[in-house]
Design a protein around this ligand. Structure first.
Ligand SMILES: NC(=O)c1ccc[n+]([C@@H]2O[C@H](COP(=O)([O-])OP(=O)(O)OC[C@H]3O[C@@H](n4cnc5c(N)ncnc54)[C@H](O)[C@@H]3O)[C@@H](O)[C@H]2O)c1
Ligand SMILES: [Zn+2]
Ligand SMILES: [Zn+2]
Length: 405
């Protein structure tokens, strides 16, 4: 196991983590398979094949574990055993079907977690997270995710990328910035999107709930975009420390109501914008009880009249492990009356990664953004089960884990 710190000092050390094609059996590969609540294992599964003229097959160099995977891992979604996890994927193009025009074998690419067609109304208007063609009956597709279509995940040696011209972003060749570019698949764009959804303008103040990878990326985006003040709420010390390192003000919600703590620091004033980077599995101050509405309540309390809320944190229409019968159906109770009184705007949903990834890539290349400060662990694919256990418990500083086949 190596830390991102070590990697950034010795970028060449990345070469030892790059996977080699499975020489023993070319038709099989290793992949992280969901076996049931709190259990994943690395198994031999079928290697993906070209299925359509617009496909490519990518040999994975890095695939990240996401907080979104934990909802499935904990049995808190309708995910059935057998799913190969992994929606944050990057690697090298290995096979190219005849209809692909922009990519060739050997190209280094990162894929948005969204699978999208590129042609439907939502795709044409830049809302690729709500593609209506790739997953009929549901708006949006993704790799390795329950209800998001038949697209196998990339916590594996290879992944199939449909509509590859649209769904793969080219990167400079080599191994430089591997950790930073891997975060372009989801959390860097998603954090940026959370700030965007809130209606943020430079100079404004922002409160971000959650200092997981998405919350830290939202806070980082707000800093990059010229926020005057950024507050980050969580109770995990290592995560609050990372928030502090990027110039945000950490707020420990185990020590008292976070909205009150923030207002107190501001002489009673609210903030302009709020971001929910926690979602439906939010917990109470002692960390022991789930309260699916606690973040929405906090945001409505802490944001000023006519301010805005960005809600990239996940909410689901069905939760098998919900603490009450209403939230089991996705009905979350929150003070709508206060929201109305304040005239707050609300933006929510999956991130349209494609809207941002090219520009965020260029910020990384130009040296103006280094999102990999959030990466705590780089491990081999075979260590996935242990990494899931620790990341799920948010212990030992497990903030963001990158898997290398
Ligand atoms: N919209 C999208 O496209 C998108 C993409 C990726 C992730 N997500 C969602 O974003 C959320 C965050 O993802 P992540 O990877 O950072 O997950 P994570 O689980 O690692 O982080 C969540 C953090 O919230 C903290 N938290 C819990 N209760 C809290 C409370 N009451 N107040 C403040 N903080 C609290 C936890 O301690 C944890 O650090 C998840 O719901 C995930 O599914 C959405
Ligand atoms: Zn993710
Ligand atoms: Zn589409």
């Amino acid at each position: 196991m190596r830390t991102s710190q070590v990697l950034s000092e010795h970028p060449a050390s990345h070469s030892i983590t790059l996977p080699q094609p499975n020489a023993i059996n070319m038709g099989k590969m290793r992949a992280v398979v969901y076996e049931g609540p709190f259990k994943v294992s690395v198994q031999e599964v079928e290697k993906p094949k070209i299925q359509h003229p617009c496909d490519v097959i990518v040999r994975i160099t890095t695939s990240c574990i996401c907080g979104s995977d934990l909802h499935m891992y904990e049995g808190r979604t309708a995910a059935q055993p057998g799913i190969v996890f992994g929606h944050e994927n990057m690697g090298i193009v290995d096979e190219v079907a005849d209809g692909v025009t922009l990519l060739k074998k050997g190209d280094r690419v990162v894929m948005p977690f969204n699978v999208a067609c590129g042609h439907c109304l939502n795709c044409e208007e830049g809302r690729s997270a709500f593609c209506t063609e790739v997953n009929p009956g549901f708006a949006g597709g993704a790799y390795g995710y329950v209800a998001m279509g038949p697209y196998s995940g990339g916590q594996a040696e290879y992944v199939r990328v449909p509509f590859a011209d649209y769904n793969a972003l080219k990167l400079p060749p080599g191994t430089e910035h591997e950790d930073d570019f891997a975060l372009l698949a989801d959390i860097f764009p998603t954090g940026w999107h959370g700030v965007e959804l809130s209606g943020f303008r430079p100079g404004e103040s922002v409160a971000v709930f959650g200092a997981g990878p998405v919350g830290l990326m939202a806070a980082y985006s707000a800093v990059l975009r010229g926020a005057s003040e950024v507050y980050v709420v969580d109770r995990v010390p290592e995560r609050l420390q990372k928030a502090k390192e990027i110039g945000a003000i950490p707020i420990d919600f185990s020590k008292g109501d976070p909205a009150e703590q923030i207002k107190k620091k501001r002489g009673g004033r609210e903030v302009d914008r709020g971001v929910d980077a926690v979602g439906y599995q939010a917990v109470s101050a002692d960390g022991n009880t789930e309260k699916p509405n606690i973040i929405l309540e906090g945001l409505i309390a802490v944001v000023r009249p006519t301010g805005g809320l960005g809600i990239p944190g996940l909410y689901v229409p069905k939760d098998p492990g919900a603490p009450d019968s209403n939230s089991a159906k996705g009905y979350i109770t929150f003070p709508f009356g206060k929201l109305f009184e304040k005239g707050l705007t609300v933006g929510t949903g999956q991130c349209n990664v494609k809207k941002y990834n090219r520009y965020l890539r260029d910020l990384i290349i130009a040296g103006r953004a280094k999102p990999s400060f959030v990466v705590s662990h780089n491990v081999g694919l075979d260590e996935a089960a242990d990494a899931y256990t620790k990341f799920d418990k948010r212990i030992d500083g497990y903030t963001k884990v990158l898997l290398h086949p």
